[in-house]
Ligand binder design. Sequence first.
Ligand code: MRU
Length: 329
Amino acid sequence: MNVIKPLIFENDKLLILDQRKLPFEEVYIEVKSSEHMAKLIKDMALRGAPLIAISACYSILIDVLNNKEREELLKSIEILKHSRPTAINLFNALSEVEKIILNSKNLKEELYNFVIKLDQEEKERCLRISENGLKIFKKESVVLTYCNTGFLATTGIGTALGVIYKAFEKGLIKEVIIPETRPYLQGSRLTLYELEKLKIPYKLITDNSIAFLMSKGYIDLVIVGADRVLSDGTLINKIGTLNIAILSKYFNIPFYTAFPISTYDNNSKIEDVIIEERGKEEVIKINNNLITLENAKVLNYAFDITPANLITGYITDEGVNYGGRKEVI
Ligand code: MRU
């Protein structure tokens, strides 16, 4: 499989593929510090729950290699935690880094080992998700996925897209339907870029075409990713996921979410979760061109909340789960 690398760590240098320039240009940025990384995450140069978590940890490693003091490192962790508030992976990974900073005898070595292991584990989790996901296919299918959950959102094969890639290898994918995913266009820019590279048949649609296609019986299956999954099965994911889940229920189409177990949040209640609100620029402009009045008043939530009763199943690296977390098949 043609691997796309959103992050490269080589010779103690950290490079990030600037996803804002895709699908037109493949430009890497060298990350100089964790503050630099926090800004890149905020500005969406990289995104996707597992990728921002791993990248944030690598950026702390860069700070350590540049001999930053422990106190400064702890401040950097706070800055990184504030870069994007919704996906849980970032908080879980940084809490582990924090423990290492507070307790380690040989910080450089321990952090190095931790980050490389985390990266490796997430890659392996992606592979297991993709293999487990094969169980949900009954026939060669037209699958709708949303946002971007592939190579560009993880350091591995991806989550929901990883399942699609594995299923394609097995002859189980007829076509992938990609809603464009306004406003940042993760579908039309990033998922399309991946499917073009991998030569997987797809159709790009506007976000508001989903109901019509479902009503015509065009879509067999929906698989989306996750930014956080609570212990009661509530799914927090890209804004628009809830619309798709409601439509899937209405049209009786199986709706799955795929994610690594590092995306589970067993401690929070929904009231504790901050749903990120982003600036108005993303909505009133496309490619820096105004598409409406500059003084438009805008609501731009980046994520929404899908209740468990709309979700057919949860595909994780542990298996496929059709109910409570323990019921793994
Ligand atoms: O705003 P983004 O692009 O970071 O949102 C990404 C998603 O919503 C993905 O579905 C999620 O992070 C899972 S990526 C494997």
